[in-house]
Design a protein around this ligand. Sequence first.
Ligand SMILES: O=C1O[C@H](COP(=O)(O)O)[C@@H](O)[C@H](O)[C@H]1O
Length: 225
Amino acid sequence: MKVFVSATPEAAATLCAKHLARAAQAAIKERGSFHVALSGGSTPKLMYSALKALPVDWEHVHIYFSDERSVGPDSEDSNYRAAKLGLLDHVSIPPAQVHRIEGERDPHEAAAAYAALLPERLDVVLLGMGDDGHTASLFPDTEGLHASGRVIANWVPKLNTWRISFTFAEINAARERWLLVTGASKAETLREVQNGMGGVEGHPVQGVQNALWYMDTAAAAQLKL
Ligand SMILES: O=C1O[C@H](COP(=O)(O)O)[C@@H](O)[C@H](O)[C@H]1O
């Protein structure tokens, strides 16, 4: 595991944001644009707060999402809404360069439409990890873990809902994968992940290859580093 451990969730988020701003600058210099997929859930909110204060050439940044819930853009559960309120409303990114997953549509149609608008290759996919080891909306013991293609509708029995998610193929095809994971509730799962316990079925985050991890000390407490 390549891990950056910071003292607090704020420090982990700030380090991740600084590295993201630097990666954007490098990609824009080399290729003229930066294509990044954001994650959902609660963890990225501190990172959004840090990133909006950093100098980034937003005119050349394209934003995507690694997963979305089956809700519209105004729902409190929407990953897009969290990014909009926390980051996108505060920076000068052209609206046409923010590519949300249409969670209000039929999930299969939304997945197909999203796959069609993705760039050939993302520069960075930002991910989180749930307490159960899920990442994006690839949950333990779900069909989506074995799906091909770029974006899928994944039925999640324990939540009794559809999610729309990048596949492992899409995640692992990106130039880089970064995981931001904070909080003591993640510590035991991270230890199991480090030891390969449960495999991809049990802890899907193990399907993410060559990831860079950003953690706080509470999350990293049980790791051998
Ligand atoms: O459902 C989701 O959960 C994970 C982890 O979320 P967190 O609240 O523990 O940070 C997240 O990475 C994923 O994108 C999201 O949709």
